[in-house]
Design a protein around this ligand. Sequence first.
Ligand code: BEZ
Length: 212
Amino acid sequence: MSLKIGDIAPDFTQESTAGEIRFHEWAGDDWVVLFSHPADFTPVCTTELGSTAKLQADFDQRGVKLVVVSVDPVEDHRTWINDINETQQTSVTFPILADADNKVSSLYDMIHPNEDETSTVRSVFIIDPEKKIRAMITYPKSVGRNFDEVLRVIDAMQLTDRRSVVCPANWQPGDDVIVAPSVSDPDVLQEKFPRGYTELRPYLRMTPDPEH
Ligand code: BEZ
């Protein structure tokens, strides 16, 4: 069964570079980015984990934990982390799961046999504190992901959870947002959007980012 946005992220227990992880317990009340890569000691993956490690403080600031899925063993992960730290000038501190039995990769449908029969593709699951899957991104083996985009999506979802807005294409924090189509009561509009809004169409009402 393939996972969908809004589903509860499947729980699991798996070995990792930080010891055994019981996923839901480990996630606690934080957001989680659970992401897979094809294999240790491969070039694109090395740059991806390096880039993510450099953004660790940005994920911390948003209350987001990172955890990586890889089908290689813990000893390989540990050796490879040294390579990542050295070549990417960073320090990987998030856990990497040792998913040799494909427990997590199968639960999250991360092996796409027409891409590769045994290794995982580049999947990203963004999971909220209620353990709901809020976003999914899937890339092929040949293309590294943009982890600034992962942060942007988290910023957008956290803002839309707090305010009655939705975020337009290419939105960045501070840019104008769209008044949620569900809000129509004039009193509610006045209360929620004291700086007003511009009605380009009845369904397209632009307003300043309410948190900037
Ligand atoms: C890489 O991360 O560079 C990679 C992984 C699997 C196949 C090809 C490239």
